[in-house]
Design a protein around this ligand. Sequence first.
Ligand code: NAD
Length: 362
Amino acid sequence: MLPGDGIGPEAMREVRRVIDWLDRRRSISFDIDEGLVGGASYEAHGTPLTDETLEKAMRTDAVLFGAVGGPQWDNVDFELRPEAALLRLRKEMDLFANLRPAICFEALAKASSLKPELVSGLDILIVRELTGGVYFGEPRGIENMPNGDRRGVNTQVYTGEEIRRVARVAFDLARKRNNLVHSSEKANVMESGLLWREEVTKVHDTEFPDVQLQHILADNCGMQLVREPKQFDVIVTDNLFGDMLSDVAAMLTGSLGMLPSAALGMRDAQGRAKAMYEPVHGSAPDIAGKGLANPIATILSFGMALRYSYDLPEEADLLDKAIENVLAGGLRTADIMQPGMAKVSTEVMGDAIVRELEKLTA
Ligand code: NAD
């Protein structure tokens, strides 16, 4: 557990209570090691991520990351900024598959910018390639041209293996869901998109013929996500399109305080993949320490760890159900407050979720 800065530790405290409950009531005990990361680590050790913490992260089944950053570190050197810890963890652990679910809890359907019937019951998963593509491709830069003008260059580049490994993650996840994968690129105008389409098809035909595969151009995918989002199950796409499509999908479901994510690496010989789970939101310094933070994104991130790292789908479903019931009961943190509902603190929300878990298993 790396709670980090701002609201990170507050939200993580509520995850601890869920973990304590699992230990007490379901006899599932976790070996937990907690460390400093981000600004908290910088203050204690002069670096946002110590080698020792990184080494532990590399060995553990799952890293649960809170959030890092804050205005007090705005003037620190770039490589010592809190956010550098996150980038280093992702890079060293080679977390190439970013999982961003967009799940719409019934009780929050009215808070979506789309009509409730379009999003109610929505459950889609976007798998974004995270370590390749145009954000990393060379050459890159801003050049001065002989005519005195300037030229900005970035390169979209993917190898077959980079495509195949993220496709495998998507097909594998689809098997545990509704068995449908949409692969999204721009094969009509980009060679890298054409390669993407060919390689995904190859992986499908040779390793996952039982999963339904559909190719969809990325612009159409964006359109379909806001037109009829429930037609999707798993969407696999590259780094750039994934960045945009996952934000579009996320906003179908409401607040930043509700959005979990996971980043997975390669499976080893024992079938174990390095993994990091974290809420999509940041450290929210504007509300830190006030009991206002919504802990649900962090709790749902732990739920993803139950599902994808610990193979405990029953407990993950139970946790989802408990959160759904608490929301249906009318409790809201400030960020998801609606008229007629009861506004509660971080701790009361955590409390209510644990009490609901208790009720569901009584
Ligand atoms: P942010 O996500 O921290 O906050 C954006 C807005 O959403 C704020 O008004 C905040 O109060 C609200 N919010 C976010 N999470 C919430 C929650 N769980 N409950 C209730 N309200 C919530 O983004 P920001 O303000 O742009 O960034 C703040 C700091 O966090 C910066 O230092 C930034 O670099 C860092 N950051 C870190 C991560 C990360 O650790 N993964 C991600 C994004 C930003």
